[in-house]
Design a protein. Structure first.
Ligand SMILES: Cc1ncc(COP(=O)(O)O)c(C=O)c1O
Length: 356
């Protein structure tokens, strides 16, 4: 098994987190659990700089995608699509019987605010807009603050997939006006997979209260009622909540500013390193996600060959996604990665690129 992970998730976990997860279990209706739940939610609100409700979901991120549709959209929404995960939102909405207006960009291009404004003017009856903040499949960071401005000006709900952004890019969903913002445990927070977190605005809660047929498992109101008792409606993934609590405590001790500066420093080092090796980004640099880089394969090697040769050398990168499997490969910057790991990875990549 490769020793070093530069994957798109699951990513390498912090050793302290793995240690924490080995603790003996306790009942999810006990005082121990209530304390853990309360503290973790409070820490998450601090981390996200938000007064919005924050729920811990016993599902992967796609569960919250579905929940956001069922709780916040009665009939029609606009989905921005800049890659595979934007497209997943469309499929989830359609599978739930919603009408979707799709705003799709050219591969590698972000959604720009003017285009979104134009599309919203053309479809004034949409209730909500979805945005993929960091499109993991293409290493693309959409300009969320500007897009949020447009969505709020038009009075729509804003649903944001921040799966590969939250924890790696500093932002406050509340300050930006994001109504539903979610991510999974296995990305920038450096935890194992199996849980997702979501922040929900008052407007999104109000909409949820009006909704019929929102199902049982993903009903925000049900989560809200349980939260009053420092609980979740169903059995929560306690080891993952312990792990989340631990990473948030570690960030608190380090300082949020320093934590995000370290993330950004790692991204700068990877970007400089790959450029020095003569590689180019699939996206325009201005819109490159700092948590996952999608790189064009050079003429003499395919993305798959690079991925496989790096694996032989003990480093797992991420393969190019879907149709771009041969033309690209990706380098993740999420979870437990040290600067030393980056130097080693770049050294091995230099070796691989030299081989014919
Ligand atoms: C941007 C984005 N959205 C959604 C998902 C789906 O997450 P999950 O498979 O954990 O439900 C992923 C997973 O990689 C992702 O990167």
């Amino acid at each position: 098994m490769p020793a070093k992970l530069f994957t798109a998730g699951p990513v390498a976990c912090y050793p302290e987190v793995l240690e924490e997860m080995g603790r003996q279990m306790f009942s999810h209706r006990s005082e121990e659990y209530h304390r853990l739940h309360r503290e973790t939610v409070e820490r998450l609100r601090w981390f996200l700089d938000t007064n919005h409700r924050v729920f811990l979901f016993p599902s992967s991120s796609t569960g919250i995608m579905e929940a956001s549709i069922r709780n916040c959209v009665k009939k029609k929404l606009l989905c921005t699509v800049t890659g595979e995960f934007g497209e997943r939102y469309v499929r989830v909405a359609e599978a739930n019987g919603r009408e979707v207006v799709v705003l799709q960009t050219e591969p590698g291009k972000p959604v720009l605010p003017d285009r979104l404004e134009e599309e919203l003017r053309r479809h004034p009856d949409v209730e909500a807009v979805t945005v993929t903040y960091s499109e993991t499949s293409l290493g693309l960071l959409n300009p969320l603050p500007e897009l949020a401005g447009v969505v709020k000006e038009q009075g729509k709900l804003l649903l944001v997939d921040a799966v590969s952004a939250l924890g790696g890019v500093e932002f406050s969903p509340e300050r930006l006006g994001v109504d539903v913002c979610f991510a999974g445990s296995q990305k920038c927070l450096g935890l194992p997979p199996g849980m997702a977190v979501v922040s929900v605005s008052e407007e999104a809660m109000a909409k949820s209260r009006e909704m019929a047929n929102k199902g049982w498992y993903f009903d925000f109101e049900r989560y809200d009622r349980s939260q009053q008792k420092d609980e979740t409606p169903v059995t929560p993934p306690i080891p993952l909540i312990l792990a989340l609590n631990r990473i948030l405590r570690m960030i608190e001790e380090k300082g949020k500013g320093r934590y995000f500066e370290e993330y950004a420093g790692r991204a700068r080092r990877i970007l400089r390193g790959v450029k020095d090796l003569g590689l180019t980004l699939f996206t325009e640099e201005k819109y490159a996600s700092p948590t996952i880089f999608c790189l064009n394969a050079p003429p003499h090697l395919s993305g798959q060959e690079i991925y496989l040769r790096m694996r032989e050398r003990g480093v797992e990168l991420a393969q190019g996604y879907g149709r771009l499997r041969e033309r690209t490969f990706r380098i993740g910057n999420m979870g437990y990665i040290t600067l030393q790991d980056i130097e080693e990875m770049l050294g091995k990549l230099a070796e691989v690129l030299k081989t014919p």
